[in-house]
Design a protein around this ligand. Structure first.
Ligand SMILES: [Zn+2]
Length: 249
């Protein structure tokens, strides 16, 4: 049976029997995959050298099964366990939120090297000084863009006119963007977002991940952007993310 090798970040795992786990990875070459990892479970009191940790970067070897989406993991070679995430719970939860985004927004065997690289470089660029909220916002927005869900923030999504200079703007998830004063009355659902938050969200779309460490955004603006994204993601997925409950906004 053919053995495949790829770079992978562990997104999730569930126990399977006494010593095995089903581990979900986001991989560079195959997108999201589920693998049966026999003998990988860390049992109490005994460290399994093969145990796979979440939010950790591995090079993995797996046997691809033809008629099932559950492949067999044969090896996971540690590349980066992102040490700062292990000592800072707040950063860990925000990284877990990124992993849940990737897990929920991607299908199996549908790779995006761009998304993989943004994910790996966002986790890899996290230092003790990183503002994890800004990293999370940028990651959420970049993920939406890469996967084709980026909302329209620059012009009215309905009539395409430029947005007027106002302090608050209507954002409608169903329409997929902001609405001008003339169009907002046609749709009942939507939220009012400060214009400054929309402007900064739009700027985060193309910001270089390496530069994120130097970006400073008022926490009240971060909260407004995250509220807008949660409202929008909730509409796109038709559900919220579990990790939101660990990230207070
Ligand atoms: Zn309009």
């Amino acid at each position: 049976m053919p053995v495949f090798k790829t770079e992978a970040i562990a997104l999730g795992r569930i126990d399977y029997g006494d010593s095995s786990q089903i581990i979900t990875f986001y991989t560079r070459d195959y997108g999201k995959i589920h693998t049966l990892a026999k003998g990988f479970k860390r049992t109490s009191g005994r460290q399994s050298s093969k145990a796979v940790d979440l939010l950790t970067y591995y090079q993995i070897l797996f046997i691809k099964k033809e008629h099932t989406s559950l492949h067999t993991l044969t090896e996971a070679i540690l590349q980066n366990n992102y040490p700062v995430l292990r000592t800072d719970l707040d950063k860990y939860y925000k990284a877990a939120c990124m992993a849940e985004m990737v897990n929920e927004f991607t299908g199996e065997n549908d790779p995006s090297e761009q998304l993989f690289d943004i994910f790996a470089s966002t986790l890899g660029g996290t230092t003790a000084d990183t503002d994890a909220m800004i990293s999370l916002l940028a990651f959420e927005i970049k993920t939406l863009k890469i996967l084709g869900y980026l909302p329209e923030w620059g012009r009215c999504v309905n009539c395409k006119s430029d947005m007027p200079q106002v302090t608050e703007i209507y954002f409608n998830a169903k329409e997929g963007g902001v609405l001008c004063g003339r169009c907002q009355g046609k749709w009942k659902n939507g939220i009012l977002v400060p214009a400054g938050a929309i402007r900064i969200a739009s700027r985060l779309t193309d910001i270089n991940v390496q530069r994120l460490g130097r970006v400073r955004i008022q926490s009240s603006i971060c909260v407004e952007i995250e509220k807008m994204l949660r409202y929008y993601i909730n509409f796109v997925l038709q559900k919220g993310l579990n990790s939101w409950k660990y990230i207070r906004i």
